[in-house]
Ligand binder design. Structure first.
Ligand SMILES: [Zn+2]
Ligand SMILES: [Zn+2]
Length: 320
């Protein structure tokens, strides 16, 4: 995490920043949001925590992609990049509610790429070993059932030893209720309505973004996608649009093959600026940033060339 002098999450600061006409300077800080360990009583009931802002790159400062939406002290996770359980523990240590191990009970997968799912066994087993008794509820594309079944089979000996041996582990907390979903409302409770929408992630047959509508705010998470009208429709003035992005180093252009890959699978800074201009989030947050040798300030600069609204670049443990 980064330590910065601003102690309130970005969304609590934004009205002040806007009215104080400090926006260009404020959004120019890549370290603008978030926590310094002194989580304060929430003025609003919901917030979004970036547990992992990373990509397949094994960047020690950026865990694999994972997000938690917190509403009234309850957490709803999106994706399970490697490291996410420990990042959840770190956010909990900072005072973010709803991230105790027993509270990690609901997860939504955008798609089944390994960088978004390598933390899934961790989410199944670690909270269980540490005392979770409730089943995990997992929502995501077709294939999630099979993946879950195979993970449980792969760890069969562990489950046997823990439940039948001297650990006396409970026999329920490692089980998963899997829901293979289609676009539309996929979850609803007293805190949140979660709507899945199809995005365009190259050759994946199914890949989703999610909109979380809470009593006070709306969060839209793009997942991995090339430019998609569905993101524009899902956000439509939402409070926070968390969107993936890549950039290119003009000094070191990609090969034609990689350019074709990125055009089909991901969203460039230029394309994201155009999307944000159309859908007008109150705050655009970059995550799953593929820098390709370009620094963060330059990435933000490229987005701002095509988008005049508020934009920040996420780091692990940032809160919005
Ligand atoms: Zn990814
Ligand atoms: Zn992906």
């Amino acid at each position: 995490m980064r330590v910065c002098s601003i102690i309130a999450p970005m969304h609590r600061l934004l009205p002040f920043l806007l009215t104080a006409a400090l926006l260009p300077a404020a959004v120019g800080q890549q370290s603008a949001p978030a926590h310094d360990g002194a989580h304060q009583a929430a003025a609003s009931v919901s917030e979004l925590v970036v547990l992992g802002s990373g990509t397949p790159n094994a960047d020690p400062d950026r865990s694999g992609p994972a997000v938690a939406v917190i509403v009234n002290g309850q957490s709803y996770l999106v994706d399970c990049g490697p490291g996410m359980v420990r990042r959840a523990a770190a956010a909990g240590r900072q005072g973010v509610p709803g991230l105790k191990m027993k509270d990690l009970r609901t997860v939504f997968f955008t798609h089944l790429h390994s960088d978004h799912t390598l933390g899934y066994p961790d989410l199944i087993f670690t909270p269980w070993v540490l005392g979770r008794t409730e089943h995990l509820a997992a929502y995501g594309p077709h294939g999630l059932n099979e993946m879950t079944r195979d993970i449980l089979a792969a760890w069969k000996k562990d489950i046997d030893v823990r439940t039948k041996g001297l650990e006396h582990a409970n026999a329920s907390g490692y089980l998963v209720d899997v829901h293979e979903i289609q676009p539309g409302v996929v979850y609803k409770d007293e805190n949140v309505t979660v709507t899945a929408f199809a995005v365009k992630h190259g050759s994946w047959d199914e890949s989703f973004g999610y909109r979380f509508q809470t009593p006070d705010r709306s969060f839209v998470i793009s997942g991995d996608t090339s430019p998609a009208d569905s993101v524009v429709q899902a956000c439509n003035g939402c409070d926070v649009l968390l969107h993936e992005v890549y950039t290119q180093d003009p000094q070191h252009p990609m090969s034609a093959q990689w350019q074709a890959y990125f055009a089909a699978f991901h969203t460039s800074t230029t394309e994201l600026g155009a999307i944000a201009t159309r859908t007008k989030p109150k705050l655009l947050v970059l995550y799953h940033q593929l820098f390709h040798g370009v620094n963060e300030g330059e990435m933000l600069h490229q987005v701002r060339e095509h988008y005049s609204g508020a934009v920040v670049s996420a780091h692990d443990l940032d809160v919005y």
